[in-house]
Design a protein around this ligand. Structure first.
Ligand SMILES: NC(=O)c1ccc[n+]([C@@H]2O[C@H](COP(=O)([O-])OP(=O)(O)OC[C@H]3O[C@@H](n4cnc5c(N)ncnc54)[C@H](O)[C@@H]3O)[C@@H](O)[C@H]2O)c1
Length: 253
């Protein structure tokens, strides 16, 4: 029960890494607000937590829209009277160099991957400050420190998430708010299932992705959730502004 009596909002918790983290946090005793742009997916995660004996509700929210993020945070505060943990996890990737990425696609991705983190923190930090502290975890990526080919917008967005994490750690340390991020490697999530299905050469793509990581395999959502759980818990009481890499050793080379 590493999160006993804690309350946690997780965005993008209807699928993949966010869903695994929501289930893990609930198993450790936290009450969960499952936030996702997909109402059905969010409801499913919340229902699975409740049927396993945990406490959860879902909120449909698009993290690229400040009003929806503020409403999500208001609902959680009204329900619990406090918000201990925020996981800004909603995000996605697109292919393309800067030359062939359409401006609209770039802006849409930044609105979710970067503005979503900004909005979540903007809404929750005043509440955490007033209550005497909290823990924020942002989902960055190995690509916040290494480049990959043909994914310019995604790489830029995750670099921004890691940099914003450090900036917020400084600004809100006195308020006892710890702000950290997870540098996830390539993880077998529904996002990658779709990429494999759409690929003309799925086996070649999979081998390429596996070989980037020292363990020569893809990660599992639970392995990223475990890193998030550590950062969310009091065990990480001396960690702020850090990026915890859970990337199968990718960035060690
Ligand atoms: N899968 C990987 O290999 C990998 C690696 C590094 C980082 N990440 C990051 O992890 C996070 C989760 O990725 P995943 O692989 O679990 O993806 P996923 O597609 O399985 O899940 C993402 C969830 O976010 C939700 N979502 C998307 N846009 C949203 C929005 N605007 N507002 C609210 N919810 C939204 C989706 O509905 C979905 O439920 C993302 O930030 C991603 O960039 C993933």
């Amino acid at each position: 029960m590493r999160l006993e009596n804690k309350t946690a909002i997780l965005t993008g918790a209807g699928s993949g890494i966010g869903r695994a983290a929501a289930l893990a946090f609930a198993r450790e005793g936290a009450a969960i607000c499952v936030a996702d742009i997909s109402k059905d997916a969010g409801q499913k995660t919340a229902a699975d937590i409740v049927s396993a004996g945990g406490s959860a509700f879902s909120v449909q929210a698009d993290v690229s829209n400040y009003d929806q993020v503020a409403a999500m945070v208001d609902t959680a505060e009204e329900t619990w009277g406090k918000i201990d943990i925020l996981v800004n996890n909603a995000g996605y990737g697109i292919g393309g160099t800067v030359v062939d990425t359409p401006e609209d696609d770039w802006n849409r991705l930044m609105a979710t991957n970067v503005n979503g983190v900004f909005f979540g923190c903007k809404a929750v930090i005043p509440i955490m400050t007033a209550q005497g502290g909290g823990s924020i975890i942002n989902t960055a990526s190995a690509v916040s420190v290494v480049g990959i080919y043909n994914r310019a917008a995604y790489v830029a967005s995750k670099g921004a998430v890691a940099a914003l994490t450090r900036a917020m750690a400084l600004d809100h340390a006195d308020a006892k708010i710890r702000v950290n991020c997870v540098g996830a490697g390539t993880v077998e999530s529904p996002y990658y299932d779709t990429l494999f299905k759409e690929s003309a050469e799925p086996e070649t793509l999979r081998a390429h992705l596996e070989q980037r990581q020292l363990f020569n395999r893809l990660g599992k959502p639970d392995e990223i959730a475990a890193a998030m759980l550590f950062l969310a818990s009091d065990e990480a009481s001396f960690c702020t502004g850090s990026t915890l890499f859970a990337d199968g050793g990718w960035t060690a080379r």
